[in-house]
Design a protein around this ligand. Sequence first.
Ligand code: DOR
Ligand code: ZN
Ligand code: ZN
Length: 431
Amino acid sequence: MNNILIKNGRLVDPVNGIDGRRDIFIHDGVIENVDENIDVSDIKTDISDVDIIDASNKVVMPGFIDLHVHLREPGFEYKETIMTGAMAAAAGGVTTICPMPNTKPVIDSPELVKDILERAKDAPVHVLPVGAITRNQDGSELADIEGMKKAGAVALSEDGKSVMDTLVFKQALSEAARVGMPVFSHCEDKSLVNGGVMNFGDKSEELSLPGITNAVEDVIVARDIIMAKEAGCQLHLCHCSTAGSAVFVDMAHKRGAKVTAEVCPHHFTMSDDEITEDDGRFKMNPPLRSRNDVKVLKEALRDGIMEVISTDHAPHGAEEKAQSMLNAPFGIVGLETSFALGYTELVKGGYLTLSELVEKMSVNPAKVIGIKKGNLGVGMAADIVIVDIDTEYVIDSNEFMSKGKNTPFNGKKVFGRIDKTIVDGKIVYSK
Ligand code: DOR
Ligand code: ZN
Ligand code: ZN
């Protein structure tokens, strides 16, 4: 038997229109009661052993859902495993994660989707895999999309690259629409990259490094929106980093396309002019963009054009990242800093209310993959995060549960430290 009573917290639960003092009683993993005051004595007598969590001066929210993470297992366990990635999620208040299929082997079959689910069965958070669009992510032959859906994949993605052959992409979208699966698009025109390792601009010139222009992203964002509209497929755009992507997504919404878009915390927090040296911790794909792009992305989040915040958590080995941007792999970790960056930059920065941040980090991601989460109403599974939003702290990557310590935010002062994470009524992280 497993009972928790969370008392005296500020409940922020946008689906149920709540932002105020509430107590929550959890029985056997499910929310049994939400009220202004619940006493242990109110609880039915056959329920003994109630753990009481005092959430005074804390915020209680639906656990975050991260649609875009890289867990590296199988194949690159020295960078991360499903277990260490899931522990990092728990430490970041993230109760559901969707790992991308760019592992070794690539997750491109029903058997491999089942293998991920099997490997994840003791993980502290929910792990819902994403299947590849094409076999081995080679871009030519469609994977068994329907089979992967039946095996438990919640979306399809070629993340790490785009499906460059537009006809193959069109066939994938039609098949995804037929079986009712969203496609998560990594938008990057490979033929335009030209060896770029950071944003093209004054900073890339100053560091004498090859640059990646906004067009690399924008042309594929436009193409994918056009193709998804024609195929009637649900499209979700990964890691939008440019002002142009916001323009195209806005246009897509106005034309009735089923398009959602995510922004990663690093892209709304840091611009390329804050890159202090040629070091791998500043390298990710898409890259840190200009100050104007950062501003437009924050406005797009505020205006509801961009509806989801995901991390693109991409752990790598310390030695791999301790190199020039010319040689380091693309990617930074994000699971353990996403809420704090979102709260500090967007809520304290005046772009979103806390309730709107919860929509972007929990409610809307649940809608994208069609799961019954992101809601703390009675009868819902108890996936909950409790956060201290009042005390400033300093990000220290040595404290990360993730094997990856590669972040440009080490030493940054932020608000929003995760206090406790609860998954299906079990405490999986406690500060
Ligand atoms: O920065 C990135 N890292 N971008 C990607 O698209 C792939 C990812 C990875 O797998 O490391
Ligand atoms: Zn990507
Ligand atoms: Zn990714």
